[in-house]
Design a protein around this ligand. Structure first.
Ligand code: F0G
Length: 457
């Protein structure tokens, strides 16, 4: 796979520090083998997340100087509102400080205790908010997602056959909400097809269940539809986005991904004024007055600009091209990963890389620790370690996939950084059979992976 050259030049640089293997082993021990506990100054290439880690453009920085810091009625709100109306064709918009804040505000308006919440796959914070409401998250991703070896164009899809069967069995009144996560982060940043959005919405309407979109990576999903789905090659990213969002009632968005801001989130409501009023009502106590929603005026400006920059075709070709380049290097070296690569990350198949480590000893987390020790590369587990325990029984949940996610920040790293990542994995592969798993020594009840303490076995 050829590297798609950057459609920008570099105006500001941030130095990064090299460390020795001994230093890194010590840092990891001090952090109780939790990579979220490592100082970023001790990281060489940070692939922990693509969230809030992107590089702003000069247009965004210039916009920030114009930020209106008024408490009420700030210009930035109008600009964000206009961008959302244009790109998504939604009437109502509520800014919030990040994606999980959007979940905290929107979910109580749609979900109540005991209801099922069905998704192609819940991301961790989304699952957390469903759990906190006493509702039950159910993941119904297509089975192709679990076959990491073989190509399938839309591994992020909802299994619509299972969806309808589930609703029939649970009863429509028992299902509170359907959430389409685009792209499907936990399945490997895999896209959802337009046909699948349409099909899911048709079933939801039949049973009177609202559909919302978890929209963090809307533009990457639209790019994949343009590349892979018949009938969309000649449509613009914005046209595709409008159609995708026409199949839902509302969306929550972490704007820290495709909208390329360091902080920000959105709730969009297509046309349901009553729902919008409820959202505004909860935003004020949780996030702040409705025209700033937890953001500074300058953040709103950066967001209004970033929403468009994320949809530019040259940018998207380069962006997805970077992830494909890394995937291509790994394929050549026989390193297993969710194939094809996703939009924002390469998801290493840790179950296959470390077949001797059972899910109870966290293969995805183990491989992430090895990458840190090997080359100062930081990444994270998307598997049983992240999934946590069953809230009812307290038992460790078994994730069907055990991934180590190499998430690529936007407009930050260059070709040579990816060459180093591939080399590090090649080295680890040579000693894979000697690598041992981990045990948790302390964990909090919800979203444990951020703060849990572990020890090597
Ligand atoms: N939904 C999805 C699909 C996400 O990937 C995330 C965050 C959120 C919601 C929550 O948004 O962080 O702004 O509160 N994902 C990041 C990640 C953290 O690393 O994948 P947030």
């Amino acid at each position: 796979t050829n590297y798609v050259a950057e459609p920008f030049k570099i105006k500001t640089v941030e130095p990064i520090r090299m460390t020795t293997r001994e230093e890194r082993s010590e840092k990891l021990r001090e952090a109780n083998y939790n990579l979220f506990g490592i100082d970023s100054d001790d990281v060489y290439i940070d692939l922990l997340t693509d969230s809030g880690t992107g590089a702003l453009s000069d247009a965004q920085w210039a916009g920030m100087m114009r930020g209106d810091e008024s408490y009420a009625g700030a210009r930035g709100f109008k600009r964000v509102e206009a961008a959302v109306r244009d790109i998504f064709n939604y009437k109502y918009v509520q800014p919030v400080h990040q994606g999980r804040a959007a979940e905290q505000v929107l979910f109580p308006t749609l979900l109540t205790q005991g209801k099922k919440c069905i998704s192609n796959m819940h991301f961790d914070t989304t699952r957390g908010h469903v759990d906190l409401l006493g509702a039950k998250p159910v993941d119904l991703v297509v089975s192709e997602a679990k076959d990491t070896r073989n190509f399938s164009p839309f591994k992020g899809n909802m299994d619509t056959v299972k969806l309808e069967r589930y609703i029939e069995e649970a009863g429509a009144e028992g299902v509170g909400l359907i959430i389409m996560t685009i792209t499907n982060n936990s399945a490997g940043g895999q896209p959802v097809s337009m046909a699948n959005m349409r099909g899911t919405s048709r079933i939801a309407r039949k049973y009177g269940i609202p559909v919302i979109i978890d929209a963090a990576r809307y533009a990457e999903n639209a790019h994949f539809i343009k590349m892979r789905e018949e009938g969309y090659a000649d449509k613009s990213i914005i046209e595709i986005t409008r159609e995708m969002f026409s199949y839902a009632e509302a969306f929550t968005m972490s704007a820290k991904k495709d909208a390329i801001v360091n902080m920000g989130g959105l709730i969009g409501v297509r046309d349901d004024q009553e729902l919008y009023e409820k959202v505004r009502g909860l935003t004020i106590p949780y996030e702040g007055f409705v025209t700033y929603g937890g953001l500074a005026g300058r953040d709103l400006e950066a967001l209004a600009i970033g929403l468009y920059e994320g949809t530019e075709p040259d940018y998207l070709r380069y962006r997805i091209g970077q992830v494909e380049y890394l995937g291509g290097l790994l394929a050549k070296k026989g390193i297993p990963f969710q194939y094809p690569v996703g939009g924002h990350a390469v998801f290493l198949d840790a179950k296959e890389f470390l077949p001797h480590i059972p899910y109870t000893e966290f293969p995805g987390h183990t491989l992430a620790c090895e990458l840190y020790i090997e080359a100062g590369i930081r990444c994270c587990d998307i598997g049983s370690y992240m999934m946590g325990n069953d809230p009812e029984t307290g038992e460790q949940l078994k994730s069907e996939m055990e991934f180590t996610r190499l998430a690529i920040p936007r407009r930050v790293y260059t070709q040579s950084h990816f060459d180093i990542v591939a080399l590090a994995l090649e080295n680890i592969k040579k000693r894979a059979s000697e690598i041992k798993g981990y045990r948790i020594t302390w964990e909090p009840p919800v979203l444990r992976h951020f703060t849990a303490k572990l020890e090597p076995l």
